[in-house]
Design a protein around this ligand. Structure first.
Ligand SMILES: *Cc1c(COP(=O)(O)O)cnc(C)c1O
Length: 392
C-alpha cells in the first residue's frame, strides 16, 4: 500500500493543492532542486550522514515524555514528543540540517533563508556555520525591530541579515524577496525554505526532513506500550512540525489533529488560492488580497498553510482546529506548573486544544501524543509583559 503521505510526483500535487506556480525563470531552479533531493533521498550514504548529524549534533532522538500530573487531572494518557530538547530549541534543526547537506551536495556555497520571528533564520545560520556555508537571511523590516535579539543571534552565527522594506515588511515579503534572489543567484545559492510550503519540491522535501519526528514517536509509543496513540496533535504555522509528526502516523488508525492560531486559521477561515508558488488554503479577502495573520506567537503568523495539510483536511484524514491567545497563555502556564516544561507559544496551541477537548472530543482514557515543537525560553519576556503588564 502506498502511504497517504507519500511521493507527490514530479509535479508536487497533493490532490488539488501544491504544484509549482512560479514565474518562468524560477522553473529551472525548482526542477534542479527536485532532482537533487530525489537523488539524495534515495542515497543511503546521504541519509546516513543526515541521521548521524542529527544524532551527534542536534541531540536526536528526542524523548517521548509522559505527563503524569496532567494525565491524572485530565483523565487521559498524555505524552509529549520533546522537540523542545533538540539543538536550537525546536524541530527546525531537522529541516535545516537536511537542506544544508543538500546545498553542499549540489556544489553550492551559499544558503539564503526567509524568517519571520527569526527562529528559522537562527536555525539556518546554525546549519550554515556547522557546514561552512555563507548564509544570508531575509527578514521583514518590521520583524527585525520586533526580534532584535534574533537578528543578533544570526549575526553571532556568522549570517548576514537583510531587512526587507517592500509590502507589509513582514514574513510574506521576506519570502518574496528570498525567491527573487534565488532566481538571480541560483548557480551558487540554495534557498533554504523554512516550512512545508512554497513551490514543489519544498512541501514534500521539508516534510521528509521532518518525518524523523513522527517515525521516532511511532517507535517510541510502541516501545512504551501505548501502541498506536488514539490522538496525535501538533500546532500549525506553515505546518512542518505537524507534517513530520503526521507522516509517522498517517497510515495508522491514530486521529490526527492540527491546531492553528485562531487569528491565522487558514483551514477553517481560509479559501483556496495561490501564494508563494503553491496552491493552498489562504487567508485572503474577496479580491484575493492576502490578509495579515495575527497571533500571540509570531511563529504562527503565516497567512497560509502547507498544501499537503489543505489536502489532508479535504480528504478528512486530519482534522484542523484552532486555539485563541487566552487559551494558549493558560496552556503554557498549566504545562509549566504541572510538568516543569515551558513550551513555546506555538507549541502551547496544541496543548491548549488538548486541555479544551479532554473528556469531550478526546474521550476519557484516550492516549494522546502532542508534538511539543519547541521550548518557551524565547517567549518568557513576552508572557511576562502580557500577564504582569510589565514592559520586559
Ligand atoms: C516555527 C515554529 C513553528 C511553526 O512552524 P511549522 O512549520 O508549522 O512547524 C511551531 N513551533 C515552533 C517552536 C517553531 O519554532
Amino acid at each position: 500500500m502506498t502511504s497517504q503521505m507519500g511521493d507527490p510526483g514530479t509535479l508536487g500535487h497533493f490532490g488539488s493543492f501544491g504544484g509549482q506556480f512560479v514565474p518562468e525563470p524560477l522553473m529551472p531552479a525548482c526542477i534542479e532542486l527536485e532532482e537533487a533531493f530525489r537523488d539524495a533521498w534515495g542515497d543511503a550514504a546521504f541519509k546516513n550522514e543526515y541521521r548521524t548529524i542529527l544524532r551527534d549534533y542536534a541531540g536526536r532522538p528526542t524523548p517521548l515524555t509522559r505527563c503524569h500530573r496532567l494525565s491524572e487531572e485530565l483523565g487521559i494518557n498524555l505524552w509529549l514528543k520533546r522537540e523542545d530538547l533538540a539543538h536550537t530549541g525546536s524541530h527546525k534543526i531537522n529541516n535545516v540540517i537536511g537542506q544544508a547537506l543538500l546545498t553542499k551536495r549540489m556544489g553550492k556555497t551559499r544558503m539564503i533563508a526567509e524568517t519571520g520571528a527569526g527562529q528559522h533564520g537562527v536555525a539556518s545560520a546554525t546549519a550554515a556555520a556547522l557546514m561552512g556555508l555563507e548564509c544570508v537571511v531575509y527578514m521583514g523590516e518590521v520583524d527585525t525591530v520586533r526580534q532584535a535579539l534574533n537578528v543578533f543571534r544570526m549575526e553571532l552565527l556568522g549570517a548576514t541579515v537583510i531587512p526587507v522594506t517592500s509590502g507589509s515588511r513582514t514574513l510574506k515579503d521576506a519570502v518574496n524577496e528570498a525567491m527573487r534572489t534565488w532566481v538571480s543567484e541560483v548557480d551558487t545559492t540554495h534557498y533554504c525554505l523554512g516550512s512545508v510550503m512554497g513551490p514543489h519540491p519544498f512541501p514534500w522535501m521539508v516534510r521528509e526532513f521532518q518525518r524523523i519526528v513522527g517515525d521516532e514517536a511511532f517507535a517510541q509509543a510502541e516501545h512504551e506500550g501505548i501502541g498506536v496513540p488514539d490522538f496525535v496533535v501538533a500546532c500549525i504555522g506553515g505546518g512542518s512540525n505537524a507534517a513530520g509528526m503526521f507522516a509517522g502516523f498517517v497510515d495508522s488508525p491514530a486521529t490526527l489533529v492540527g491546531v492553528e492560531a485562531a487569528g491565522g486559521a487558514a483551514i477553517s477561515s481560509g479559501t483556496p488560492g495561490v501564494l508563494h508558488g503553491m496552491r493552498s488554503q489562504l487567508i485572503q479577502d474577496d479580491m484575493g488580497q492576502i490578509q495579515e495573520a495575527h497571533s500571540i506567537s509570531a511563529g504562527l503568523d503565516y497567512p497560509g498553510i502547507g498544501p499537503e495539510h489543505a489536502h489532508l483536511a479535504q480528504t478528512g484524514r486530519a482534522t484542523y482546529v484552532s486555539a485563541n491567545d487566552t487559551e494558549v497563555l493558560d496552556a503554557l502556564q498549566r504545562l509549566a506548573s504541572r510538568e516543569g516544561i515551558i513550551p513555546a507559544l506555538e507549541s502551547a496551541h496544541a496543548v491548549a486544544w488538548v486541555l479544551r477537548a479532554a473528556g469531550k472530543e478526546i474521550p476519557f482514557g484516550s492516549s494522546v501524543v502532542i508534538n511539543l515543537s519547541g521550548r518557551g525560553d524565547k517567549d518568557v519576556a513576552q508572557v511576562l509583559e502580557i500577564l504582569k503588564g510589565h514592559k520586559a
